[in-house]
Ligand binder design. Structure first.
Ligand code: ADP
Ligand code: MG
Length: 138
């Protein structure tokens, strides 16, 4: 799918929100500035979140509760050693009740469970190519 601009990415996130269920894990791959956080912002808005959406680059995780649904947005860009994630108790976030988004899952190593969806974003100037795969089926 080709995404023309930021608005398009937000719209794609809102579409994605319709497919999410409690317990799902979504990995987001793509370079800095690809639009991973923008896509999550669209998802959160689609789920009914009204407030701001911060990039969790410095805190590693931003928690949300949207209409009783816990959603955790991780950004592991700054993680150098997966042990940091062990200390934050990352495993506890991945459970049957939560929906988890993970930017830079490559930095999570073996500590991350396999995702339900793998989303890859490629940059072509101002356009983005969005590739979504059902990881567990592939
Ligand atoms: P990431 O989380 O992947 O590092 P962000 O979502 O934080 O990326 O930032 C993406 C940036 O790219 C934003 O500043 C956004 O306005 C810009 N942008 C330009 N074109 C697009 C597009 N087609 N889709 C998404 N973002 C775009
Ligand atoms: Mg980001």
């Amino acid at each position: 799918m080709i995404i023309k601009d930021e608005q398009g990415m937000l719209a794609a996130g809102k579409q994605l929100a319709l497919k999410l269920k409690a317990g799902m894990i979504v990995f987001l791959e793509g370079d800095l500035g690809a639009g991973k956080t923008t896509l999550v912002r669209g998802v959160l808005q689609g789920l009914g979140h009204q407030g701001a959406v911060k990039s969790p680059t410095y805190n590693l995780v931003e928690p949300y509760i949207i209409n009783d649904q816990p959603v955790f947005h991780f950004d592991l860009y700054r993680v150098k050693d997966a042990e940091e994630l062990e200390y934050m108790g990352i495993r506890d976030y991945f459970n049957n009740e939560s929906i988890c988004f993970v930017e830079w899952p490559v930095n999570g190593g073996d500590l991350l469970t396999e995702p339900d969806l793998l989303i890859k974003i490629n940059i072509y100037g101002t356009e983005r190519e969005l590739l979504i795969s059902n990881y567990k089926d592939s």
